[in-house]
Write a protein that binds this ligand. Structure first.
Ligand SMILES: Cc1cc2nc3c(=O)[nH]c(=O)nc-3n(C[C@H](O)[C@H](O)[C@H](O)COP(=O)(O)O)c2cc1C
Length: 187
């Protein structure tokens, strides 16, 4: 079994990546294979509503999304993380989710997988961003286990999230719940 963590921050090695790697570490401890997929530096456009994916596999836009999408389809668990930008998720993660969701829509390709979002912010907007991303998981029929708090953490400069003990613990416990739920579903 495999879990992928898609990191929707345009900043390499930032707080969102640190939190996601921490969550994947908890999952790896349960014996699953893990795959960290930062979107930083990649060219990922938003959906242009051409409807190519209504009739065909894949997407008509040729950019860096395709290989990440293939890794997502291979995974049993999907975690999508984003920093909060103006009380919302980043445009990078939005573009990615618009297209990945539509690409999987015809075959219901994400249905029955396990996962959920993680969010990081300096001070505010985590609730909204967490809820915003949960809507994507819900309509894609990805089963979302809870954690000991909502999956959010605090930090501004790179590495500051390491000082948010409760945020780290929440992401860790979420990882454990993802892994244990998957093991039960596959048993
Ligand atoms: C354009 C922009 C908008 C932001 N908006 C918010 C915000 O609404 N609320 C907040 O608390 N932090 C906001 N931040 C701060 C980031 O959420 C914070 O620095 C976060 O740790 C960045 O994650 P990263 O290190 O993974 O890139 C914003 C940062 C940027 C660059």
């Amino acid at each position: 079994m495999k879990a992928i963590g898609i990191v929707g921050s345009p900043r390499k090695g930032g707080n969102t990546e640190i939190l996601t790697a921490h969550c994947l570490k908890a999952i790896a401890e349960e014996g699953l294979e893990t795959d960290l997929a930062p979107l930083a530096g990649l060219d990922i456009k938003g959906c242009n509503d051409c409807k190519y994916c209504f009739e065909n596999d894949g997407c008509n836009i040729e950019d860096d999304l395709q290989p990440i999408f293939a890794r997502m389809m291979e995974a049993d668990a999907i975690i999508v993380s984003s920093p909060v930008y103006y009380s919302s998720s980043t445009s990078l993660v939005k573009g990615f989710l618009e297209r990945a969701g539509y690409m999987a829509r015809r075959t219901r390709g994400f249905s029955g997988k396990v996962g959920g979002p993680l969010v990081v912010a300096r001070r505010g907007g985590q609730d909204f961003t967490f809820a915003e991303l949960l809507f994507w998981f819900h309509i894609n029929q990805i089963i979302n286990p809870g954690s000991t708090y909502w999956n959010m953490a605090f930090g501004r400069e790179k590495g500051e999230v390491n000082q948010d003990e409760e945020g780290l613990n929440t992401a860790w416990n979420f990882g454990k719940n993802v892994a244990n739920l998957l093991k039960k579903l596959k048993a």
